[in-house]
Design a protein around this ligand. Structure first.
Ligand code: NCW
Length: 444
């Protein structure tokens, strides 16, 4: 077991729509995920986030579990439609009050609050006006960020603007697997990317104006590994690498889009490039205090001309798989972290692993969940972080995904990622064996 640096942040992460429930309480407006999950055929077993983990009512119990685990930080997201039910204009005092109370509860438990402003639950009212295809959504996000900043900046340890804008683009706007369910190819994909990036830059500005101390983003990264030595697979991997790993980072840290993405868009959707206005990249490149890295598995890539990405991603042969079918490849986390250092050098801010974890086929038997595979997963990925630090990456913390089992988007409740088991019938929480393992690991 390697040592991690002094002051290393030990966290767990969740997201509002995945845990809160109470979708019609406290003046909350509808989000794209309410609409999507209530559309027949979109979510496995017809599940919705209407109740989820009922965290809105049970947050005190959940914070007590975090304290028991020994966390020093908790990453949660704020539901934009709780704060601005119509996505614009008036703020809803009851919505802000919930996050205020959660923040105080965390601080009283000695846990740093790390809020994310957008973890996919766009107000439906904004989607009705085009969502991330509409440049105005970025301006609306700036207003929302300022409102949250005014409320929480005095107490939040680190703000993240967006969670995984790549996944919103890929699954929400290109493949239609996530809300809002669009299949728009590269033209719509790039529009959603540019407007999310612009929203990020504007929100950084707004958060700083409101007094925020540490501001970053939580991006999703995956090293792109060609499945074979064929040239076509190498080319497809390079293209996916640009879309997945560089599109949402080069503009932030270098103030420019990756050349490979510009080439791709100018070939397949040249009109989308007109969305970039002068000054946008300077806004997007607002200095960051940290970079959040969400990591799950590498992209193991085969060329696929049918895909809007030109690539098909499959598991890595010969490797253990999670219940979701994702490959367990800790050394690809080390590579992710050292690749960031190699590409951006001193322009790369300090890194936090803002998500890492696995779903497992957990069962509760006699009050116990024996999820040894999850403990091994986190242990191996913490070792992977230590290896990256030894190679010069400045990694300052690790947030396990997730604190508790929750609504796993298109998979509904069928994929359990938690350190805490949730019985969705009774809402009873049971710490899994991995919870006890992590508690010992944090305790050193
Ligand atoms: S679905 C997803 N997740 C899971 C989710 O629970 C969490 O909210 C997310 O931040 C666990 O962590 C993230 N990620 C989707 C990765 C899919 C990448 C698809 C690439 C298509 C080319």
């Amino acid at each position: 077991m390697s040592d991690l640096p002094a002051g290393f942040v030990w966290g767990a992460a969740t997201a509002a729509y995945q845990i809160e429930g109470a979708v019609a309480e406290g003046g909350r407006g509808a989000s794209v995920w309410d609409t999507f999950s209530h559309t027949a055929g979109r979510i496995k077993n017809g599940d919705t986030g209407d109740v989820a983990c009922d965290h809105f009512h049970r947050y005190k119990e959940d914070v007590a579990l975090m304290k028991e685990l020994g966390l020093t930080a908790y990453r949660f997201s704020i539901a934009w439609p709780r704060v601005q039910p119509e996505g614009r204009g008036r703020t809803n005092a009851a919505g802000l009050a919930f996050y205020d109370a959660l923040t105080d509860e965390l601080l009283n438990a000695g846990i740093q609050p790390w809020p994310t402003l957008f973890h996919w639950d766009l107000p439906q009212a904004l989607e009705d006006d085009g969502g991330w295809l509409n440049r105005d959504t970025a301006h609306r996000f700036e207003d929302y960020a300022f409102a949250v900043g005014e409320q929480l900046a005095d107490r939040a340890a680190g703000f993240m603007t967006l969670n995984e804008p790549f996944v919103v683009m890929a699954l929400g706007y290109m493949l239609g697997i996530h809300a809002p369910g669009h299949q728009l190819g590269l033209a719509g994909g790039f529009a959603s990317a540019h407007h999310q990036l612009l929203a990020h830059g504007m929100a950084v500005r707004a958060l700083r104006e409101a007094g925020a101390r540490q501001v970053g983003i939580a991006n999703n990264y995956a090293p792109a590994w060609p499945a074979t030595d064929r040239d076509a697979d190498h080319e497809a991997a390079a293209q996916l690498d640009a879309l997945h790993n560089h599109l949402f980072t080069d503009p932030l840290l270098r103030g420019q889009y990756p050349a490979a993405v510009l080439d791709l868009v100018s070939t397949h959707a040249p009109e989308a490039l007109n969305l970039i206005q002068s000054g946008d990249l300077a806004t997007i490149a607002a200095p960051l205090d940290f970079l959040g890295v969400n990591y799950y598995q590498p992209d193991h890539v085969t060329a696929d001309p049918q895909s809007p990405f030109g690539a098909k991603v499959e598991g890595v042969p010969g490797r253990e798989r999670t219940h979701f079918g994702w490959s367990v490849v800790p050394e690809a986390l080390t590579q992710t972290l050292t690749d960031l250092k190699a590409r951006y050098g001193d322009d790369c801010p300090p890194i936090y692993v803002t998500e890492s974890g696995c779903s497992q086929p957990d069962v509760l038997i006699d009050g116990r969940v024996r999820d040894e595979a999850r403990s091994r997963y986190h242990e191996a990925h913490l070792e992977a972080v230590a290896a990256a630090i030894a190679r010069g990456a400045d990694v300052r913390g690790y947030f396990a995904w997730s604190l508790m089992d929750n609504f796993e988007w298109a998979e509904g409740y069928s994929q359990r990622f938690g350190l805490v088991y949730v019985d969705f019938e009774t809402q009873e929480r049971t710490p899994k064996d991995s919870f006890h393992w992590l508690k010992r690991r944090i305790g050193g």
